[in-house]
Design a protein around this ligand. Structure first.
Ligand SMILES: Cc1cc2nc3c(=O)[nH]c(=O)nc-3n(C[C@H](O)[C@H](O)[C@H](O)COP(=O)(O)O)c2cc1C
Length: 171
């Protein structure tokens, strides 16, 4: 799909078919994650692909927002591998992981899959459930699967600010 159409077509899917996603599609999602740009190309993203029942149970102990999705990417970054801005010591991890998540989200939409980005998860519980090493920081969960036949955008999907509100100034 053309990218402008894909942007208008995508919405947060919160109702899924009970159908696994094919390995070829999972491979494409992983390629989208691998090819995302990262600061200084440090590639600190570290992903956990969760599709088995035991893994999904772990996810459910960390967030109320799986909405029955048959798959979840837990997108983390390794803070020991991030680029660090010299002026203030800010690392690139959350930005890098967010771009990776966005890449997967749009690749999924192009493959006919639905996703919802989930930030409403308990980071401490996630570290514990997935036995994350000390430097691995959970940044996002992206739930995914085939949208249910009656899946539909939430009202909020349509509530976008006008351009004048988000474009502060043209210089
Ligand atoms: C950073 C981020 C965090 C989000 N966290 C959650 C979440 O925890 N649970 C949820 O149901 N939706 C979550 N969403 C989805 C947003 O609510 C949704 O993108 C927004 O309302 C616009 O709707 P749309 O995606 O259908 O266009 C999140 C989206 C973003 C970008």
């Amino acid at each position: 799909m053309d990218f402008d159409k894909l942007i208008m077509h995508r919405y947060s899917v919160r109702k899924f078919k009970d159908l696994p996603v094919e390995q070829e599609k999972l491979d494409l999602l992983l390629e989208a994650a691998r090819n995302a740009p990262t600061a200084a190309n440090r590639q600190p993203q570290r992903l956990f692909l969760v599709t088995r029942p035991e893994g999904l149970e772990k996810i459910d102990r960390c967030t109320p927002c799986r909405f029955g999705a048959p798959g979840v990417f837990l997108i983390c970054y390794d803070r020991a591998q991030c680029w660090v801005r010299p002026f203030d010591g800010q690392d690139s991890g959350l930005v890098d992981a967010s771009i990776v998540t966005t890449h997967i989200m749009y690749q999924a939409a192009d493959l006919g899959l639905g996703t919802t980005w989930v930030m409403h998860f308990d980071p401490a519980a996630t570290v514990k459930e997935f036995s994350l090493p000390e430097t691995i920081v959970p940044a996002a969960m992206l739930i995914f699967g085939y949208p249910a036949a009656d899946a539909a955008p939430a009202d909020r999907h349509y509530q976008r600010h006008p351009r004048e509100k988000i474009l502060c100034r043209t210089l």
